[in-house]
Design a protein. Structure first.
Length: 334
């Protein structure tokens, strides 16, 4: 089992404990995970063996453990979950894709409990790749800052327990938030460069699917990687969608604190959104020093902020224009 699977199992265990559940209570649970790199550390080990010992030294077991679908399979096997099981490989927006799919399955009556999220482990492949794209910051991640120089690579896993309302209420669950809807877009504008039009389309779809107006959104969890192009495109799209309303909406990026965890990013950000709703506190964008006129948003600079929060939009974007946005709401609000 690779490190990514271990991270996903650890996050699922935390979700179970937080929900006050035992594995035996929800054997029919499904597992839906997103990832960018999958079990890349196993691929790196295979590469090392090949270089040092040649093809004859390759271990068949390692080859079988490399495939990305092992992530959800290993989680399900560890906890004896036998519900629907899948991995969404849509890179840095994949956790929102996975969570949105779980939302659809519950809404269609194809299951009552799903563990949804994303995972990526730190790897030489990812670190070298982003370096060669000149996307890495030399010292720190500064989303929306005029002098931002790039992203910082992180690792992690985030897992949400999604339930039908009936299932949650029958067991007396503490409900952090409810998902109202989501939107996806694949603009295929460029392999690495974001598209303002594609990002805006994704947010519009999410708001429409959730039947929420721009006037209702209290906070936007921004993708906010800290790269010059991404932050510029995201802010332009936000202005396109929200217009003058954007001045009264706070939009922060927790990647400034955690780094970019790739496939895990939007799941960890969903967890942060749920905690923001529960605690009525917005997470900040740290390392913010110099405003940028091209990023004219309230990014909750440097310090957390108490705020009345009921509706949240969680944005995530990925290479190839794979965009996903999700709308969450405080339970029983209105």
């Amino acid at each position: 089992m690779g490190r990514a699977s271990q991270l996903a199992i650890a996050a699922t265990k935390l979700a179970l404990e937080d929900a006050g559940l035992k594995e035996r209570d929800i054997g029919k649970a499904g597992v839906l995970l997103g990832t960018t790199m999958g079990e890349t550390q196993i691929l790196e080990e295979l590469d090392r063996i090949w270089v040092e010992s040649g093809q004859s030294g390759l271990v068949e077991d390692l080859i079988a453990r490399y495939t990305s679908n092992n992530l959800s399979v290993n989680v399900a096997t560890h906890f004896s979950f036998d519900g629907f099981n899948a991995v969404m490989p849509t890179a840095c927006s994949s956790a929102n894709y996975a969570t949105g799919y779980g939302f659809d399955l519950i809404r269609r009556g194809e299951g009552e409990v799903f563990f949804c999220g994303g995972v990526d482990a730190f790897s030489r492949v990812a670190f070298t790749g982003f370096n060669r794209l000149l996307a890495m910051a030399p010292e720190k991640c500064q989303p929306f800052d005029k002098n931002r120089k790039g992203m910082m690579l992180g690792e992690g896993a985030g897992v949400l327990l999604l339930e039908s309302l009936e299932h949650a209420q029958n067991r007396g669950a503490k409900i952090y938030a409810e998902i109202l809807g989501y939107g996806l877009s694949c603009d295929a504008h460029h392999m690495t460069q974001p598209s303002e039009k594609g990002i805006a389309c994704c947010m519009i779809k999410a708001l429409k699917n959730a039947e929420v107006s721009i006037d209702q959104i209290d906070y936007i969890s921004a993708h906010g990687t800290g790269t010059p192009q991404n932050d510029r495109a995201e802010c332009a799209a936000l202005n396109n969608v929200f217009g003058k309303k954007l001045k009264s909406i706070q939009c922060s990026s927790i990647k400034s604190m955690l780094g970019h965890t790739m496939g895990a990013a939007s799941a960890i950000e969903s967890v942060a959104c749920c905690l923001a709703i529960r605690n009525q506190v917005l997470p900040p964008t740290i390392n913010f020093e110099t405003p940028d006129k091209e990023c004219n948003i309230d990014c909750v600079p440097n310090f957390a902020k108490e705020c009345v929060i009921a509706f949240i939009l969680n944005n995530s974007y990925a290479f190839g224009g794979n965009n996903a946005a999700m709308v969450l709401k405080k339970f029983n609000f209105l």
